[in-house]
Design a protein around this ligand. Structure first.
Ligand code: DC
Length: 231
């Protein structure tokens, strides 16, 4: 059984600040942190490593059936392993970023990784886990009391992503990001909030303000949940 109370569900598009904000929030609250995008990326890496193309759904299913992913919940341990291989840096390479949508498009694979995420959260040695992705608020944990969509204007997201990838051409980064958003949003809608999901728009907020905004949603939703809210 999934204990939805252990989920702090955060969705949003690339460049919304979701990963760094989720990690900081987890640290602040003493919670675990799960980057579900990293799991999809590691699977894309695994498909490429087998010599296949992620556009080949059968090859993706095959790779998913033997996918020894190691991902810890410690917000200060971002290492991701596939078997013995440390893929932490490799999964951020442009070749993986452009291949990952192919993996994310296969429904059976999504169902399989979603079960894995729910199991990881259920077995976590933390009181709760900040789980970030694209479909956490809608598919993985639609009944979680805390569900947040973190957004930002497209040009702000592209600029943030380009700053992260120092050395890459800003226009090329923006184009790749918009292409991936378009492809990913045809699979799950992470650009619009589902009913009951709180939106935090970070367009005009700096990092610290975004963290505060997310922390205040969490505090409010958890107090409502405990029945102590009188507002
Ligand atoms: O957040 P990110 O850029 O690391 O995500 C990598 C890819 O995985 C992205 O193309 C969308 C996909 N993804 C998804 O479909 N569902 C999730 N819960 C998380 C990521």
């Amino acid at each position: 059984m999934t204990d939805v109370h252990r989920f702090i569900a955060i969705d949003g598009p690339a460049g919304s600040g979701k990963s760094s904000v989720s990690k900081a929030v987890a640290r602040r609250l003493g919670f675990g942190y799960l980057d579900t995008g990293a799991a999809y990326r590691a699977l894309a890496w695994h498909v490429l490593e087998s010599g296949a193309d992620t556009a080949d759904a059968e090859a993706v299913r095959r790779a998913a059936s033997d996918f020894p992913l190691v991902q810890r919940l410690d917000p200060d341990d971002r290492r991701v392993l596939v078997g013995e291989v440390d893929v932490t840096d490799a999964i951020r390479e442009p070749r993986v970023s452009s291949a990952v949508s192919g993996v994310a498009r296969v429904p059976e694979v999504r169902a399989q990784v979603n079960d894995m995420f729910r199991r990881v959260v259920a077995e976590a040695e933390y009181p709760a886990v900040v789980v970030e992705g694209r479909d956490i608020t809608t598919v993985v944990a639609p009944d979680a009391p805390v569900r947040i969509l973190l957004t930002a204007a497209p040009e702000v997201r592209a600029a943030r992503r380009a700053a992260e990838l120092a050395g890459e051409n800003a226009a090329a980064v923006a184009e790749a990001l918009h292409k991936r958003d378009a492809s990913d949003s045809s699979v799950v809608d992470f650009l619009n909030a589902a009913p009951g999901v709180d939106v935090v728009d970070s367009t005009e907020l700096d990092f610290a303000q975004t963290i505060d905004a997310v922390l205040s949603v969490i505090a409010r939703r958890r107090s409502v949940e405990r029945g102590t809210d009188n507002g």
